[in-house]
Design a protein around this ligand. Sequence first.
Ligand code: FE
Length: 178
Amino acid sequence: MTYLMQFLLVAFVLLIPMSCQQSKSSIQSKENKESKVAATPASMASDTLKKVVKTAAQWKGELTDLEYNVLREKGTERPNTGDLLKEKSAGVFTCRGCQLPLFSSETKFESGTGWPSFYQPINDVHVTEETDNKYGWNRVEVLCARCDGHLGHVFNDGPKPTGLRYCINSVSLDFVKE
Ligand code: FE
């Protein structure tokens, strides 16, 4: 065996693991890129959820007195009075304050409470929940994640599959028919 052949053999043996290492790291970097791409929708969601902030005067100019009282002052509409209580069409219930999609008609159910009821939000990040101990009750308030408008409360006595009941003021919602 010539020195040249010995050299080529040694070089070949040394290069195999190096090339494997390279291809492994290139796969890893590809995986990293893909995970960054996969993360893009979440960052888009945070753009969608860029806070809508308005003064009381601006809200009053856009909302009726009742809508303002419920959305901005955490009031409650009288039961069985909401326009959307008996809405049974297919579509999406959006925030009356900022039009963010909040609930799908597919998750609406008849709770018998007199307020529109849903068993889950259209997207978990579109609503926020806060403890509400007003009037000595231990309740969980539900708010629009974008404009912080008061929507209603969520309780643990809903139907399957979630067992949750989002009890939402009709005046806090708009309805976009499919
Ligand atoms: Fe909103």
